[in-house]
Design a protein around this ligand. Sequence first.
Ligand code: TYD
Length: 246
Amino acid sequence: MAGSDGGSAGADRGLFITFEGGDGAGKSTQIRRLAGALRRDGYPVTVSREPGGTPGAEAVRHVVLDTSAAEPFGPYLEAMLFAAARNDHVEQTIRPALKRGEIVLVDRFMDSTRVYQGASENLDSNFVRALERVAIADVVPDLTIILDLSPSEGLRRAHARRDPNAPADRFEKEDVAAHEIRRQAFLDIAEREPARCRVVDASREPEDVAKDIARLVAGVIEKKGIASSRSAAMRDSLLGAGDGRS
Ligand code: TYD
């Protein structure tokens, strides 16, 4: 298994932010908005998603989500496939970007396995924890934003945005009760790990959700002392390296 020498994400120069929540909570829209705002402010940003983010992990995504080929072999095999994809993503994409000092935004990460495989499929919690340790290899998010939405609203949005001719994602075929179990499981994680996780009410207008997220992200940027090219330019000009008028 590749490198566990880098320590936690906290030991790197960058900032690692994950987005979690049920279907239709608006994660991808919010990640896009946040990435745009951060880039405009001069921060280097990497955006990725799970399962996926590397050629190997995208191949696993295809097997697990697009073809459902792994489904007959049960949730333990599936959980291991998600973990294999995650480890590849961590070592090939996330850890290198953090080492370069970037802000890394990832759509779903370890909490999705805890919730979708652990809570929903009732997998043994020791197994899920052991798998998580191997998969993330000490790269723990600095901030996890959980977009919270009622299952009925989430399903309504998920159906509305899908091409009516496309088949439903296998995770979208489930009933409201299954979605409610997952919502509660995400909220339980947030309660157990308040230093890492923040719950954001995703039932509101996207602009209002984005404002909350921007505030949370600004807080961790300040806490970790992440510099943007703009702040570096300002500092240089204050120190007399520039002409002082730009
Ligand atoms: P995706 O099409 O990316 O949709 P979204 O993230 O917008 O819901 O589907 C990813 C699906 O994979 C999603 O239903 C959750 C599931 N999943 C797991 O079951 N376990 C995991 O560890 C991850 C990362 C995802």
